[in-house]
Design a protein around this ligand. Structure first.
Ligand SMILES: C[S@@+](CC[C@H](N)C(=O)[O-])C[C@H]1O[C@@H](n2cnc3c(N)ncnc32)[C@H](O)[C@@H]1O
Length: 217
């Protein structure tokens, strides 16, 4: 046995727990990122009738919040968990969202044609993918010319003790579970390097407890 970290699997049970815990704090979890996305969309002239794909979309909450800001966009969510996809479809119908598609598929082999989307997002999911570098190449492939990729994830180099704030945010039980995944959190500088190698032009990079990288194809 080596020391290689085994990823914490997204079992049905884990997915169900995730959905329940997130559902009660949609505002807290997504609002500040939505504000960021909105300001990037304005800054980089996003076409309000364009197409947005969220990779590792989970139950679709981020896309539903985005739809409130840019209602005419077509949204596509991709996630490897059938439970997440089925939940997203159910929630979209309940909320009378139109112009949506949720597809079961892997970030490493995104079930979307190339040069197809105007904006790709990936929220707190990159570190979960089996091959995150391949996933970045896949996002590049599906983006159209000048398409934007907005990536948000937990930073693996942020001081661990600051994790205490997470306890206040999501409660001790969830925080402990969350902290157990820490070995898979990525170094934003490495992610940036891989994005550049893939062909992205980096437009913005913020590094804190979470990092946000914006790249243009
Ligand atoms: C932490 S959750 C985030 C979900 C969503 N972005 C959100 O914040 O509500 C990570 C998601 O990544 C999905 N996932 C894990 N590995 C994946 C892969 N290889 N391809 C696509 N999705 C994957 C999981 O099923 C899970 O829904």
């Amino acid at each position: 046995m080596g020391h290689k970290h085994k990823k914490h699997e997204w079992t049905e049970e884990r997915s169900e727990r995730f959905i329940k815990s997130v559902e009660n704090r949609i505002g807290k979890r997504y609002t500040s990122f939505i504000k960021k996305i909105n300001s990037f969309m304005k800054r980089y002239d996003f076409n309000e009738n364009g197409k947005i794909a969220d990779i590792g979309c989970g139950p679709g909450f981020l896309l539903f919040e985005l739809k409130k800001v840019v209602p005419n966009t077509e949204i596509i969510g991709v996630d490897s968990s059938e439970l997440m996809i089925n939940t997203a479809i159910k929630k979209a119908k309940e909320q009378r969202i139109y112009n949506f598609e949720f597809k079961k598929g892997y970030a490493e082999n995104i079930p979307i044609e190339e040069n197809n989307v105007d904006l790709a997002t990936c929220f707190n999911s990159l570190h979960d993918f089996n091959d995150w570098k391949q996933s970045i190449r896949e996002v590049f492939r599906i983006l159209g010319k000048n398409g934007i990729f907005i990536l948000h994830d937990r930073s693996g180099v942020y001081p661990k003790w600051k994790f205490i704030s997470v306890i206040f945010r999501i409660g001790i039980r969830n925080a402990i579970r969350y902290y157990k995944t820490r070995r898979s959190w990525l170094d934003p500088n490495l992610v940036e390097t891989i994005m550049i190698e893939t062909g992205f032009q980096i437009l913005s990079l913020e590094k804190k407890e979470h990092y946000i990288i914006v790249g243009r194809k």
